[in-house]
Design a protein around this ligand. Structure first.
Ligand SMILES: Cc1cc2nc3c(=O)[nH]c(=O)nc-3n(C[C@H](O)[C@H](O)[C@H](O)COP(=O)(O)O)c2cc1C
Length: 175
């Protein structure tokens, strides 16, 4: 099963989770930032796992990302803004029928989230939900990840492999 884990990540937390999910899925999975997940890379994908940080209680907008470039002067490192936003990647994604799962990184207490918009856009493009949206938790505004989240991401990846089998109905359909 060919799997692709696509992420937006400004400070590396979502990238680290994406890598762990790919390891949990197995050797046929690759984790890529949005800018690399285009064209032939998308062909023949059976499972698409898509994740982004929660920013301002939702999936960041392009305007928000631009603002972050100047507003987050107290961050421990500059944000990586070299990649297209997850929103623009989703909007440019060709229609498909692969299974998908959405994840986000953020603070445990925060309302809102990024996975709602990710799931909505993937479903609108024809993709089929295969796993429950999941948040992986950071300890502060810029991270680091809470202890155990990398291991949890690996387990979630392994579970997705099973849930994404073509003969399995979507979780919604099972209730
Ligand atoms: C400008 C800004 C806004 C944020 N807003 C939220 C938020 O609304 N909810 C939340 O849970 N976390 C929020 N966070 C925390 C990030 O979601 C968290 O640090 C995330 O893991 C960053 O992912 P990254 O390292 O992959 O960029 C915010 C962080 C920043 C810098």
């Amino acid at each position: 099963m060919k799997a692709l884990v696509v992420y937006e990540s400004l400070w590396g937390n979502t990238a680290a989770i994406a890598g762990a999910i790919a390891r949990g899925i197995g050797p046929d999975a690759t984790a890529l930032p949005t800018g690399a997940a285009t064209g032939p890379v998308l062909e023949g994908v059976d499972l698409l796992v898509v994740g982004a940080p929660v920013l301002g209680f939702r999936l960041g907008t392009d305007e928000m990302l631009q603002e972050i470039a100047t507003s987050e002067r107290n961050a421990p490192s500059p944000p990586d803004l070299s990649q297209p936003s997850m929103r623009s990647w989703l909007d440019a994604l060709p229609a498909g029928h692969a299974a998908f799962a959405a994840f986000e990184t953020g603070l445990w207490w925060s309302p809102g989230g990024a996975t709602g918009t990710i799931s909505k856009k993937l479903a609108a493009a024809g993709y089929r939900a295969a796993g429950r949206p999941t948040r992986f938790v950071v300890k502060g505004r810029y991270g680091p990840l809470r202890d155990g989240e990398i291991e949890r991401a690996m387990r979630w990846g392994a579970e997705l492999t099973e849930a994404a089998r073509p003969d399995r109905a979507s979780p919604e359909a099972q209730t």
